[in-house]
Design a protein around this ligand. Structure first.
Ligand code: LMR
Length: 396
């Protein structure tokens, strides 16, 4: 039976890492998968994580299952940093949540909830959106639709077109928004634009669904959560897929949280029971380690302060690299064409290159990015930025 299967090409995002790893060129640069790297090109384990792991190991007495909704300290800690200490949805018990294997696991569990609530749910995603949104959420069974978001030629949001598309949405339709650090464009909504989305969600009655994978990497932990907190105040229902991969550096630990904000505390309890049941169907129980680390950090004032400092350093470094790359590209190309990179946020920006130019960067210069010409800014270092800028100029 299995001989009927055909082999598939590598994943467009994950495949670049493998291709780069196999390249013997010592000058190669990996700007593919969205993983943070330091000046030495390494993805470090946070000091707060090392300390939390040591404490967990010392105190650990069992490897028995965690409860189906997951680690309560993790859920309490993440919902507190997400909504903010005094948010009414927390005070009113209107938040349902289950721990999930990564932000992707949270997306998949939440897709299940939407389909159980309404079998023909339409989910509207931005054009462009993360390369795995449509495969992952579409495979779950959602009816995937797209709204305009980013103009690649102008390197700017297509906000008016987005608003026009959202004006057509209504009750029973779900609109996926990136909480901050839009993947793949790096172009985020301003507070004023978030407010317009809030007006539309209230007026039209669609359900916002926030993918929140880069909390703290844009403008700061509170600023990045503006859209989620504002929507949670204004609309009766909201959905959030939270990832701790980037902001705690826990990529391989698969640490995510599927969250619903519901109209009442009773509905939040119902949503939690449904999510735990969907998780039971998919993978039964959540993995423990990453969530216990995040729970340990967020339950401890000193560890939280240490972690917050590390997130700040990471964000400052990313924004510094953005400025550095823009300046280097201005020098090598003699234009201001790439100045927009400095103003975008998070790990990603588009270079606006064709797939052929991306291929040439790879074959002629060993500079790896994904075919859409999305770069991971964190792959730039002070040492390689000149080479990267020259390489990009060479294919223009
Ligand atoms: C990315 O977009 O590079 C990351 O979110 C990693 C992934 O799974 O695609």
């Amino acid at each position: 039976m299995l001989e009927k299967l055909s082999p598939l090409p590598p994943d467009p995002i994950l495949g670049t890492t493998v291709a780069c790893r196999n390249d013997p060129n010592p000058d190669k640069v990996d700007l593919g998968v969205g993983v943070y790297k330091d000046a030495g090109g390494n993805t470090p384990v946070f000091e707060a994580v090392v300390e939390a792991e040591a404490r967990i190991l010392a105190a650990q007495t069992t490897k028995a299952y965690v409860s189906p909704p997951g680690d309560s300290r993790f859920i309490e800690g993440v919902t507190r940093i997400l909504f903010g200490e005094d948010h009414p949805v927390l005070a009113d018990g209107r938040v349902g949540a289950v721990q999930a294997p990564g932000g992707s696991g949270a997306l998949r569990v939440l897709a299940g909830v939407l389909l159980r609530a309404q079998a023909d749910t339409e989910l509207w995603v931005s054009t462009p959106t993360w390369g795995n949104h449509i495969p992952l959420l579409g495979a779950a069974g959602l009816d995937m639709q797209q709204y305009p978001y980013y103009d690649r030629g102008a390197h700017a949001l297509s906000f008016d077109a987005m608003v026009e598309a959202l004006k057509q949405r209504g009750p029973g339709e779900v609109v996926l928004l990136h909480g901050c650090c839009h993947n793949p464009s790096g172009a985020d909504l301003t507070r004023e634009q978030w407010d317009v989305v809030g007006d539309l969600a209230e007026e039209r009655g669609f359900t916002p669904f926030i993918d929140f994978a880069y909390h703290g990497l844009g403008e700061g932990l509170d600023d990045d959560a503006y859209g989620v907190r504002m929507l949670a105040r204004r609309v009766p229902e909201l959905i959030v897929a939270y990832s701790a991969s980037k902001n705690f550096g826990l990529y391989r630990e698969r640490t995510g949280l599927a969250i619903t904000v519901d109209a009442t505390a009773e509905q939040a309890a119902t949503a939690t029971s449904q999510m735990a049941n969907i998780a039971r169907e998919l993978y039964s129980m959540p993995p423990a380690h990453g969530a216990s680390i995040v729970g340990e950090i967020l339950a401890d004032v000193e560890l939280t302060a240490s972690w917050t400092g590390e997130v700040t350093a990471m964000r400052d470094r990313l924004n510094g690299l953005r400025a550095l790359l823009s300046r280097s590209l201005a020098e090598t190309t003699g234009t201001d064409e790439f100045d927009y990179i400095a103003g975008e946020r998070g790990l990603f920006s588009f270079l606006g290159l064709s797939p052929e130019q991306v291929q040439r960067l790879q074959s002629e210069r060993s500079v790896y990015l994904i075919p859409s010409s999305r770069i991971n800014v964190a792959g730039i270092t002070e040492a390689n930025v000149g080479y990267v800028a020259e390489s990009i100029a060479s294919v223009l």
